[in-house]
Design a protein around this ligand. Sequence first.
Ligand code: FAD
Length: 370
Amino acid sequence: MERANIVVIGGGLIGLSVAAKLSERSKGIFVLEKNSKAGQETSSRNSGVIHSGIHYPRGSLKATLSVRGNELLYDLCSKYRISHKKLGKLTVAIGEKEIAEIERLKKQGEENGVPGLKMLEGKEAKELEPNLHSDRALLSPTSGIIEASELVNHYQSIISLNGAFVSTSTEVVGISLKKTGYELTCRAAGGEFNLIADTVINAAGLNSDKIAAMAGLDINRLGYRLYYCKGDYFRIHGAPPIKHLVYPVPKGGGLGIHATPDLSGSVKIGPNAYYVDKLDYRVTTNVEDFRADVGRYLPTVLDMNIQEDSSGIRPKLQGPGDSFRDFVISEEADKGLSGFINLIGIESPGLTATPAIAELVSDIYLDKLK
Ligand SMILES: Cc1cc2nc3c(=O)[nH]c(=O)nc-3n(C[C@H](O)[C@H](O)[C@H](O)COP(=O)(O)OP(=O)(O)OC[C@H]3O[C@@H](n4cnc5c(N)ncnc54)[C@H](O)[C@@H]3O)c2cc1C
């Protein structure tokens, strides 16, 4: 039977970045990805925003990894010429209640160590974005955008340069702990095969709870069960109405229907947030709902041509109506699975946090070897 030192399950941004980081110091690393190409699921179905870190409670993994990831990601983009732009973001408030909310976000962001946050009066915000309607806006200058597909390609090149492997069209369908290590049953084009690994890293995104269950963990008792929370996007056609990222105050399970210029300048709006039972990426939201939501702070879109774009599905630990849940990043030795590292519920700001998550998992792995 083939033997691996480390198997990473899932070739999205998280699995690839972790494998790339570990391959700097370790050999015998395999990434197993069920699709025919890496990065085709949540990693290519998102807003492509490099978040500053204002949205998450102090001390949470989401806060610390987003602030650290923001810094690391810009360095990485500059070093390897990955397309990106530090556009800056305006979170807009209309009315007293929303003003209080952006003041809370500013305070939380400062506690999280986000640099340069500034509260703007409505007319100052309008000087930056002439089409904007707001009473006040919070400027986060370190927010930006990135071409996520280039980041996927970057990590794949590092993995192969360092002698590790990404095996696509390879689905993990069984895991059992043996005396010799973790035996993984994999389904590939040529049929099923087994592989033994000393360390397993579960970065299976929307399936990460199922992988944890496959390894024998009680995902209900541990709070590892995922809920699918879908978000649709539309695109504004015509002259781009904004240059910055523009967000309303957060609402429901997402950050609110925001307006995001991409690297070509074209503006995507969304995502909304609604729970679904199945992975179905068809856009189902009525465009007029989006127009009304965005038109509140960007009235010019009320008369613009808006077309359906795409959707993504968040792997959420938080069910409908639940309060904040953090990422699960955990080595499961205390549950009888030494060398099994779970990454579950890596929703937003997972893209931003990618290099910081890789750093953290590498620390957990190296600590284990001591
Ligand atoms: C609508 C939306 C908007 C978002 N916007 C942002 C944003 O603007 N900024 C930000 O920072 N973050 C954002 N995110 C979050 C970010 O996209 C994710 O956190 C990140 O992409 C997660 O990457 P991943 O590798 O964990 O998951 P994925 O990309 O889903 O990768 C997991 C991989 O595991 C594979 N896999 C699953 N099961 C198996 C198996 N049994 N065997 C082998 N392979 C398997 C899958 O095929 C998949 O390729 C957004 C997410 C959504 C849904």
